[in-house]
Write a protein that binds this ligand. Structure first.
Ligand code: GLY
Length: 349
């Protein structure tokens, strides 16, 4: 088991290891004063791990209730959020009580946003059960729900009190969701660590899973500690995301999953930057091989014009310029601000 401490506006530990859920009650009781909590989970994850978590919490005298919602991105909505607020109110949850997110990114983002806003803020704990949530979304305090105008458009920064990443939960994750998380893992290698990239590119990542998760979280820790509120450095975590979000939007969020769309976005951006002389080293071929070895896509059947159009109202756009994340070498990312016209040429020509 490994513990990484994130020193943000509220500091907290991220614990990573096998079997953490068995002792979750103990770890959580160490950081929370109140013994009243609500587990928030979806109808896929709760049947797998809900009882185990509840028993562990009850063994250290927690009064536990559970709020279970239908799985899927469509639940990251105001409707589910309002139902959750209503449930918390009906249980007389007070400002000293807490919520616990048990699940993947949707659960973590929704629960985190409820925690940020209910009674103007209550404590929450993240127990991520997907690879993507363990290495990315559960750490760093970004919380959100979707609205019809776009994904994650309503949210808040709210750091959790504790993150428990039990690697055993990944054993029940279907392959396609595991691969999805690997898209974000490749991103961490590309933006920050050639050593991590090589570990992932070597294949057999399941033999090095805990090591990889720890490395990814430690990179996220360093980035979040430097720029918690996403005003500068943290933007590098969006490598591959501008085109990735465009792919997801073009496919009405029913095509490639997030991590896979990011994989394609990273490759297309890197290849385009090479073609336009922004990158002088040939790294796109190495990236492509790494994606292939990890069952990740690197192309998509969408015209470049459409990809461009659907990416320019991305949250990373400021006035007539756009901030594009480019890796000029493996293990290092730059934030390149350019006029939309230049960005259009980069993506379409
Ligand atoms: N997932 C990107 C961030 O946390 O900033």
């Amino acid at each position: 088991m490994k513990t990484i401490t994130v020193k943000a506006s509220q500091s907290y530990d991220v614990m990573i290891g096998s079997g953490l859920l068995n002792d979750a009650g103990k770890y959580i009781s160490d950081v929370l004063k109140s013994r009243r909590t609500v587990i928030v989970s979806d109808d896929n994850v709760y049947p797998l791990y809900g009882e185990k978590l509840k028993n562990s919490l009850e063994s250290v005298d927690f009064d536990v209730k559970e709020f279970v919602f239908p799985h899927g991105e469509q639940s990251k909505s105001h409707e589910t959020l309002l139902n959750l607020y209503g449930f918390l109110a009906s249980q007389n949850i007070t400002r000293s009580d807490s919520v616990i997110a048990l699940g993947g990114g949707v659960t973590g983002d929704l629960t985190g946003f409820a925690a940020a806003s209910f009674l103007r803020g209550i404590d929450y704990v993240q127990i991520p059960t997907s690879l993507l949530a363990q290495i990315d979304s559960s750490v760093g305090g970004k919380t959100a729900v979707d609205i019809p105008a776009g994904k994650n458009l309503v949210g808040a920064f709210k750091q959790p009190r504790l993150v428990l990443a039990d690697t055993d939960t990944l054993s029940t994750l279907p392959d396609t969701f595991f691969d999805d998380g690997m898209g974000e893992a490749v991103k961490y290698g590309m933006i920050w660590s050639s050593e991590l990239f090589e570990l992932i590119a070597g294949g057999n990542i399941k033999d090095h899973l805990e090591e990889m998760i720890v490395k990814c979280i430690d990179i996220k820790r360093e980035v979040v500690e430097t720029d918690e509120f996403d005003k500068g450095l943290r933007m590098i975590l969006n490598f591959g995301h501008t085109l990735g979000h465009s792919i997801e939007k073009t496919q009405s969020f029913c095509g490639l999953s997030h991590g896979k769309a990011v994989a394609v976005g990273m490759y297309l951006m890197t290849r385009a930057a090479e073609k336009h002389g922004i990158i002088t080293e040939n790294i796109s071929d190495r990236l492509k091989k790494c994606l292939e070895v990890n069952n990740l896509p690197y192309s998509v059947d969408i015209p470049a014009e459409t990809l461009f159009r659907n990416s320019v109202n991305d949250k990373k756009r400021f006035s007539d310029d756009i901030s594009v994340i480019i890796c000029r070498t493996i293990g290092k990312a730059d934030i390149v601000k350019m006029p939309i016209e230049d960005y259009k040429k980069l993506v379409t020509e």
